[in-house]
Design a protein around this ligand. Structure first.
Ligand code: AMP
Ligand code: MG
Length: 416
C-alpha cells in the first residue's frame, strides 16, 4: 500500500510555520507497512488543491490531507475535494448539532460560519474529532481512499491513530516497516560511509532486505536501517546481524543502537559506575550542562556546573592560575585542563570537564581561528585534552563543542 500526504495551509508556505503533521502521518503509515511516495504543501487555494487531488486520485492507494477544515473562509479542503471528485456538498445535520452542543457546553453560541464545518462531500464518512469542532472525513473513490484530517496537531494526531487502527491497518499489506537507528559520533560522514557501504550491499540482497539511509548533521551521524517484515521477530532476524556488523565496523564511534542520545548514554555510563560529573564551560555557555540535564534522573550524577566566560571567573571560581592564562591564552589546552581539574576538585566529583574556545564570529587569530575549541576531561586517573577546529557559525561551533565534550567523556568512561 502506498500513500501521498497533502499538508494544506497558506501559513505552511511562509518561513514562520513548518508542516510537522506529515512527519507524524508518515511514521504511522510506515508502521502498518504503507510507504509514502510523495508529500506536498499547498496553500488555502481551491484551484491548486483541486488540481493536485485530481492528479493524485487513482495513482496512489491513500491520500492523507491535513488542514483547511476550519470554519473560516480560507478553509477550503472540503470544497476542493468536492470539486475534484465532482461531488455535491451536503449539510450533515448530526455534525451541526454536535458542533452546536460543543459551544453550548462552554456557554457560547455557535457562529453561523461554523455551519461550513457540517458540509460533507456526498458519500464521505465522518471521522469524530474529540478535541475540536472540525470533523475529519473518509472518502473512497475507485481504488483510492481520501482521508481528511484537521490541521492542529493535537486534533490531528488522535484522529490519525483511530483511522490507522480502525480503517487503514486492515487494508494494508500484512507487513510493517521496522526501523533501527545507529547513532555515530566522532567520525566524518565520508569515513562512516566508506566503512559501511560494503556491508549494506550484502544486506540488501537478503530474503528480508535491510535498507539503509545515512543522515548527517554537524558532529552526529545516524544510520537508519529498515526492514519490511510480517512480524517483529522476522524483522529482528534481518536487522540484528546487520546492526551487529555495522557496530563492529564502526567500533567505539557508535554511541547507541537503541535510539538513546549521547547525553543519555553518558548518563547511563556515569550512573552504572556510580560516578558524578562537574562541568566548567566557557564558549558553550551552559549548553553542555543543559544537554546533560535534559536527561530525566540526571540529578543522580550531575553535581554542578560553572559558566566561566571571563578570565577572572576562571581564576576565581575554578582556581585556574592567572599565569597559565597569560602564558597560553584562555583558549588553550593547559587552561581547559585547569578548568576541568579545578571544577572537579571543588566539587569532589569523579569526572571534571573543561571547555574553552572561540565561537565567533569575532575573536579569531591566525593560529587560533574561529571554531578553535580546547576540551579537557579530568578523572581520578588523569586527564585527556584535545584541541578541535570546528566549522560553521557560532551556534554550530557551540553545538559541536558540546557534542564532542560529551563524546570525550563517553570514551573516557568506556575505556575505564
Ligand atoms: P487548519 O485546520 O488549517 O485551520 O489549521 C489550524 C492550525 O493548525 C494552523 O494554524 C497551524 O498552526 C496548525 N497546522 C495546520 N497544518 C499543520 C501541519 N501540517 N503541521 C503542523 N501544524 C499545522
Ligand atoms: Mg488552515
Amino acid at each position: 500500500m502506498n500513500a501521498c500526504i497533502v499538508a494544506i495551509g497558506t501559513e505552511l508556505l511562509t518561513p514562520f510555520r513548518v508542516d510537522t503533521n506529515s512527519l507524524v502521518i508518515t511514521e504511522r503509515l510506515n508502521s502498518i507497512g504503507c510507504s509514502v511516495t510523495a508529500k506536498t504543501v499547498v496553500g488555502d487555494d481551491v484551484e491548486a488543491l483541486g488540481r493536485l487531488l485530481a492528479g493524485a486520485i487513482g495513482s496512489v492507494d491513500v491520500i492523507v490531507c491535513t488542514g483547511g477544515l476550519g470554519p473560516t473562509e480560507d478553509d477550503v479542503t472540503r470544497e476542493a475535494v468536492a470539486r475534484a471528485l465532482n461531488l455535491p456538498l451536503d449539510v450533515d445535520q448530526a455534525i451541526e448539532e454536535r458542533i452546536r452542543a460543543r459551544f453550548t457546553a462552554r456557554g457560547l453560541r455557535m457562529a453561523s460560519i461554523n455551519r461550513r464545518q457540517a458540509l460533507v462531500p456526498r458519500g464521505a464518512e465522518v471521522l469524530e474529532n474529540p478535541n475540536g469542532t472540525a470533523p475529519g472525513l473518509w472518502l473512497e473513490h475507485g481504488q483510492t481512499v481520501l482521508v481528511l484530517l484537521p490541521g492542529p496537531p493535537r486534533e490531528m494526531t488522535p484522529m490519525l491513530e483511530a483511522v490507522i487502527r480502525d480503517r487503514l491497518s486492515s487494508r494494508a499489506a500484512r507487513t510493517a516497516l521496522f526501523r533501527r537507528v545507529i547513532k555515530v559520533t566522532g567520525r566524518p560522514e565520508s569515513d562512516v560511509d566508506e566503512r559501511t557501504q560494503p556491508i549494506y550491499a550484502r544486506w540488501r540482497s537478503q530474503p528480508v532486505p535491510v535498507h539503509t539511509t545515512i543522515l548527517a548533521s554537524l558532529g552526529q551521524i545516524e544510520l537508519h536501517l529498515t526492514a519490511e517484515a510480517s512480524s517483529r521477530a522476522e524483522a529482528d532476524r534481518a536487522l540484528d546481524p546487520a546492526v551487529a556488523e555495522l557496530h563492529e565496523a564502526l567500533g567505539l564511534s557508535v554511541v547507541s543502537v537503541d535510539g538513546r542520545t549521547i547525553e543519555a548514554v553518558v548518563g547511563d555510563l556515569l550512573r552504572a559506575a556510580r560516578r558524578t560529573i562537574a562541568i566548567a564551560e566557557s564558549c558553550t555557555g551552559g549548553l553542555l550542562t543543559s544537554r546533560l540535564t535534559d536527561v530525566p534522573g540526571s540529578s543522580s550524577y550531575v553535581d554542578r556546573a560553572a559558566v566561566c566566560y571571563s578570565n577572572q571567573s576562571k581564576v576565581q571560581w575554578l582556581a585556574v592560575p592567572e599565569a597559565l592564562i597569560a602564558a597560553h591564552g584562555a583558549v588553550s589546552e593547559p587552561v581547559a585542563r585547569a578548568m576541568a581539574e579545578g571544577v572537579r576538585a571543588s566539587a569532589r566529583a569523579s569526572v571534571g570537564v573543561g571547555v574553552t574556545g572561540i565561537a565567533g564570529p569575532d575573536g579569531g587569530t591566525p593560529d587560533k581561528p574561529v571554531g578553535t575549541v580546547a576540551i579537557a576531561v579530568a578523572t581520578e586517573t588523569g586527564s585527556r585534552t584535545h584541541t578541535f577546529r570546528f566549522l560553521g557559525g557560532r551556534e554550530h561551533v557551540k553545538d559541536q563543542a558540546a557534542t564532542t565534550a560529551l563524546n570525550m567523556v563517553r570514551l573516557m568512561l568506556l575505556r575505564g
